[in-house]
Ligand binder design. Sequence first.
Ligand code: PEP
Ligand code: MN
Length: 454
Amino acid sequence: MSEKFRTITPAKGWRPDSWQQHEAGQQATYPDEIAFRHALGRLAAMPPLVTSWEILSLKEQIAEAQAGKRFVLQGGDCAELFDDCEPTIIANRLKVLLQMSLVLLHGMEKPVVRVGRFAGQYAKPRSADMETRDGVTLPSYRGDLVNAPEFTEEARRPDPERLLRGHASSAMTMNFVRALVDGGFADLHHPEYWNLGWLEHSPLADEFERIADSIGHSVRFMETITGQQPGSLRRVDFFTSHEALHLHYEQALTRRVPRQWGWFNLSTHFPWIGMRTAELEGAHVEMFRGVRNPMGIKVGPGMSASWLKGLIHTLNPDNEPGRLVLIHRMGASQISDKLPPLIEAVRSTGSPVLWICDPMHGNTEKTENGYKTRRFANIVSEVEQAFDIHAECGSRLGGVHLELTGENVTECIGGARDLGEHDLSRAYKSTVDPRLNYEQALELSMRIVGKHRS
Ligand code: PEP
Ligand code: MN
């Protein structure tokens, strides 16, 4: 046991299946119980997707972010699809995340902890268990880990084989990401190779050009004096995360590890508990109280101070640094009312947390022609307000949590190219929530830097 963790005590009365004694929201009902049990048995025997030392290294980096020494960039799809487990999509998503992280690194002058929302983001919470269309009622789509999005009885039936496909697709994604990060992507350091054509469409073009130029300068400077790429990508840390929703899947990948005490969730480095499953007495909180991973909790406008304090007490009773990340997602219009009392409540616990802002989930709206969308201006506004509110409350915004893709989709409105409602039908691909496209994601990272410097 390392010195650092010696004071931390294992969770009392916890077992990998103790969550089953609690109410579990958002779980699928499998019609074929025997096939389901069989799939879980196979899953439990398969290799893990991540290792305990990677998990503990992320925990240390989050502890450093809590101390203001790092900034966290977490991003990826709302819902990953098995069909999107292909090289171009994976590489483009990794590329935009790495480019954003370079913008943030140079602009904020601190190392960035990069956490993908991928290699396992396959299970989705839904507002209703069933969906009715034209008089036909079928189970809701719960993510590729459970069923398929097409509105047919066959597609919507929960299929246990998908648990194994989810594990395999996560493993393939991880494998490719690790290979790209280890071996290639050298050009990524040079903004002259980025797609920056959108810059000229932005009212902030001059400021963005200056940011891109200054990154270029410092990259060349570092290369000249060290003969190496700055923050060399060969040794880059890249972590994965997903909403830990499907508890049987998570249990099958919760393991003991030789020479480590306690249990780890080895399906991802950084699981988070979503808004809809964060009840204090609920099964998700019970499951994650017993694992040693760093973890996130989504904090929405409905969260009370006492509830949040209860979650901190249950999930981090020893006040361990690096363990908890609070991901607030209030919406641009509510953050100024809702966030300050929660910051105060958390401070009163004396427990270390990292606050990061998800400016996506509180800003979702529906257009007249039925598309779920988000306005870039609201997303920027929520992040900018978050920086100010934390500063005013004597706290610190330590990162952002985004839904984005490296593809040229049209799902969110606005940004430098000023996408409008009429553009949404052109390339709307998300099966669940609208994502920032490549340009909007890069633009957002520049807006964050601009805010930070102002
Ligand atoms: C999500 O992150 O995709 C999600 C469902 O978020 P939340 O739990 O914050 O609604
Ligand atoms: Mn989402």
